[in-house]
Design a protein around this ligand. Structure first.
Ligand SMILES: NC(=O)c1ccc[n+]([C@@H]2O[C@H](COP(=O)([O-])OP(=O)(O)OC[C@H]3O[C@@H](n4cnc5c(N)ncnc54)[C@H](OP(=O)(O)O)[C@@H]3O)[C@@H](O)[C@H]2O)c1
Length: 325
């Protein structure tokens, strides 16, 4: 069996989420880490028991034994380094958001095609059994005709120095956490929005500290969401249909054991879901694509739709007008 060798592009905090699943998976092996400084890379490699440490991102891409790059750079560097990694012959798992515009996703898609590499956006929640169950319930008509998806993802930012607060780095709550309810709503609606409208509360650095948005999908399906850095930690999703509702208390970061609620007329049913390690699914899915030619669960068309929707919502908040897509 072929083993895929992975390299971490930077010492980002989120690496700690992907390292355990890489170690759990029999088809994947974490081989190297790169940082902008050799000392940082070496200290990180020592701490996490990673065999190779590189003092530049270029050096990691030049390692011929690396098959897959995990790209957890600040948002504005996702496109550049994903394309550079593919040009160096690597497959890429890139953190969300894959890019900051639909056009940038198109450039990534063109590079993937040119270099014959697999690239996927790391929306880990999409691979979790809970998400697949919710989708199945809706497809099977458990709540009748889908009407409304309502979601929230907020937390309280503890520091004033963070890539999420920097407008030049693709900061803002919408790109950071609002992207989840938007992605979930598009997934359940099985369509791209026709029109969006949003309001934002702008923080001191100019990014959206909070965002409140609405999406209109075809077939009279609507979504409403909020995201933010200045509220308590909240995640929630409610899916409303003509015959019932599904409520999902932990939609975006589900754990090993979750319970969702299906309410139909007077019946309230708790559905227990045996989950899996949250970040394992994206690692295994990418391995299936590279080794067995599967299509990624999060396709580039899907990533394009999310980026286009977010860009349209930001435009709406700037102009105060609905934006048609
Ligand atoms: N899927 C999820 O659950 C999840 C959760 C959290 C974050 N994320 C995503 O992961 C990405 C990273 O988030 P994070 O919180 O892990 O970020 P972080 O800790 O700030 O890490 C970003 C890394 O990028 C490198 N870097 C390169 N140029 C930089 C620059 N100009 N300024 C700052 N850092 C620079 C740094 O590594 P070196 O110093 O080693 O070069 C830094 O450690 C974001 O895209 C975020 O949306 C996803």
């Amino acid at each position: 069996m072929r083993i895929l060798h992975w390299g971490l592009l930077s010492t980002a905090r989120i690496n700690r989420a992907i390292i355990p699943p890489l170690r759990l998976s029999t088809r994947n092996r974490l081989l190297a880490v790169a940082s902008r400084s050799q000392e940082t890379a070496q200290a990180y490699a020592h701490e996490w028991h990673i065999p190779r440490a590189y003092g530049s991102y270029e050096a990691l891409l030049a390692d011929p034994e690396i098959d897959v790059i995990y790209n957890p750079l600040p948002n504005h560097l996702h496109k550049e380094w994903t394309i550079r990694a593919m040009a160096a012959g690597k497959h890429v798992l890139c953190e969300k958001p894959l890019a900051l515009s639909a056009e940038d996703v198109d450039e990534i898609a063109a590079a993937a095609q040119q270099h014959g590499r697999v690239v996927a956006e790391a929306f880990m929640y999409r691979h979790h059994p809970q998400t697949l169950k919710v989708k199945e319930l809706i497809k099977d008509g458990a709540i009748g005709k889908l009407q409304l998806i309502r979601g929230s993802f907020t937390f309280s930012m503890k520091t004033e120095v963070n890539i999420r607060l920097n407008p030049e780095m693709g900061g803002g709550s919408l790109w950071d956490v609002g992207c989840y309810p938007i992605s979930y709503a598009r997934y359940l609606a099985d369509a791209e929005p026709l029109e969006v409208f949003g309001w934002q509360v702008t923080g001191q650095t100019g990014i959206d500290d909070s965002f409140f948005g609405q999406l209109k999908f075809p077939n009279q399906v609507y979504a409403q969401f909020d995201s933010g850095f200045r509220s308590p930690y909240r995640t929630h999703l409610e899916v409303v249909g003509s015959q019932g509702t599904i409520t999902i208390p932990a939609p975006f970061k589900p754990s090993l054991n979750e319970t969702i609620t299906l309410t139909r007329q007077e019946t309230v049913e708790s559905i227990a879901i045996a989950g899996q390690e949250l970040y394992l699914g994206e690692v295994e899915d990418l391995a299936d694509c590279i080794l067995a030619g599967k299509t990624p669960r999060v396709t580039l068309a899907d990533s394009r739709g999310n980026a286009a929707t977010i860009a349209a919502l930001l435009e709406s908040a700037r102009t105060g007008k609905p934006v048609h897509l």
